[in-house]
Design a binder for this molecule. Structure first.
Ligand SMILES: Nc1ncnc2c1ncn2[C@@H]1O[C@H](COP(=O)(O)OP(=O)(O)OP(=O)(O)O)[C@@H](O)[C@H]1O
Length: 423
């Protein structure tokens, strides 16, 4: 018999998973209470669907008892009829922040394993309490709507769906479930270590309850913010369609219309353009972007994230260019057929031996007598790729010297606009 409390949890998990399920789903099983509850609830939520469940535990090899814990998690999984794998991390080279490195390694190991196993969805045991702690930590960083959206319930990562079906369920309800099912779990000692911001956030949350700031309320805030963030992304996408063009890999805005945009939309467009051109792993910081926007609104220029941002033209014809910054790529080289600056290829006849791709730069620009015909600003030309042999430019298609060569933007020029929807 399924109790009403259990039935409600199962329904909430089913609703979070959605109707379109892949043939194989994997549970990231740390062995802690949340993911043990997740494994058990997934089994019941998927009963009768024909979906095959598997699980894996990452042994980071950082605590002596970790291997035994992973083995215990494995035995529990097998006992429930769910095939289990242990994934070992050997990679810490004592550089960087251990927690961060371990987390990145964990996600990578789990994702790689899931792909090999033919898994379409990997589920993680983050709860409403984890979400609330994340939100508190982001408040401390004065995040905007994107940051305050917290962790997303689902995310597509290289063809694999990462899902968090417990994200709106409190840890307390899960502990009660574990007790009712007589399931046992491991306590992670780092959960009590208040050197970690997350642990301090958890302790602070206990005091906020009296104000009605509960994990559930914060998790609702995250959901509301996610919707607002999505709408802002959509508005930025629309605005980009109306007032931007891609020219030689630069994003070019109509300056007047750009300065009339709401600040948040202008900030997103600028962050999107800089992210796309500069290939940054993280968007530029909000404060730097706002400073730059203020300068641009006054007719100024600036550099940020390996890009140069400047106005050109007069009156209503003024355009705002976001271009690669020459000094950020001046030492970058690639073989002629290779990818240069992550996004450019030069296609053409067989190149002479020892030819190389590099930025045209100020020296190269002077070797292109027809450069003015391109109508491109000097800063743009200097940051464009050219084919060099020693000190000589042998082709620079953007600067009026194609010599049978063509520049191609890897992935086309839709990346800028598409990125506005996903960030
Ligand atoms: N060692 C592990 N092996 C397998 N899955 C794990 C492991 N550690 C964590 N997970 C998965 O990640 C979920 C969240 O755990 P935890 O909050 O410790 O991880 P995290 O990835 O560090 O979270 P965050 O990204 O919020 O820092 C767990 O419920 C579980 O599904």
């Amino acid at each position: 018999m399924t109790s009403p409390l259990d039935a409600e949890l199962i329904t909430r998990v089913q609703r979070a998973l959605g109707p379109a399920l892949p043939g194989r789903i994997a549970v990231a099983l740390s062995g802690g209470g949340d993911s043990v509850a997740l494994l058990h609830l997934m089994l019941r939520a998927l009963h009768g669907t024909g979906v095959q469940l598997v699980s894996a535990t990452v042994d980071h090899g950082l605590r002596p008892e970790a291997a035994a814990e992973a083995a215990r998690a494995g035995r529990l999984s097998q006992r429930l009829g769910v095939p289990h794998s242990v994934l070992r991390w050997h990679g810490w080279d004592r550089s960087g922040n251990l927690q961060d490195r371990a987390r990145q390694a964990r996600y990578r190991l789990l994702e790689d394993w899931a792909r090999v196993e033919g898994v379409g969805m990997l589920v993680l045991g983050h709860t409403a309490d984890d979400q609330a702690e994340t939100l508190l930590m982001r408040l401390a960083r004065a995040s905007g709507p994107a940051g305050l959206s917290g962790m997303r319930p689902t995310r597509l990562q290289g063809g694999l769906i990462l899902a968090r079906p417990l994200l709106e369920i409190g840890r307390g309800a899960l502990r009660d479930y574990l007790d009712r099912q007589r399931l046992t779990w491991e306590e992670d000692p780092s959960n009590l270590d208040d050197r970690f911001a997350r642990v301090r956030a958890r302790q602070a949350l206990a005091g906020l309850d009296r104000l009605g700031i509960t994990p559930e309320a914060l998790s609702d805030v995250a959901r509301n913010m996610a919707r607002a963030d999505e709408a802002l992304g959509w508005a930025a996408f629309q605005a980009a369609g109306e007032l931007s063009r891609i020219i030689e890999g630069c994003v070019v805005f109509e300056a007047r219309a750009f300065t009339l945009l709401p600040q948040e939309i202008a900030r997103r467009l600028l962050a999107g353009a800089i992210g796309w051109i500069g290939g940054l792993p993280y968007p530029p910081r909000r404060a730097s972007l706002e400073r730059l926007l203020r300068d641009l609104r006054r007719g100024g220029a600036g550099t940020l994230g390996g890009c140069r941002i400047f106005p050109r033209g007069r009156g209503d014809d003024t355009r705002l260019w976001v271009s690669r910054e020459f000094s950020a790529i001046k030492d970058l080289q690639a073989p002629p057929g290779g990818l240069w600056d992550r996004r450019w290829r030069l296609e053409g006849p067989p190149p002479p031996p020892r030819a190389r791709l590099a930025a045209l730069g100020p020296q190269g620009r002077l070797q292109c007598p027809d450069r003015a015909d391109s109508g491109l600003p000097a800063a743009v030309l200097e940051a464009c790729p050219a084919l060099w042999l020693g000190e000589e430019v042998i082709a620079a298609p953007a600067a009026g010297r194609p010599e049978g060569w063509q520049l191609r933007l890897e992935g086309g020029d839709t990346g800028f606009r598409a990125g506005l929807l996903t960030h």
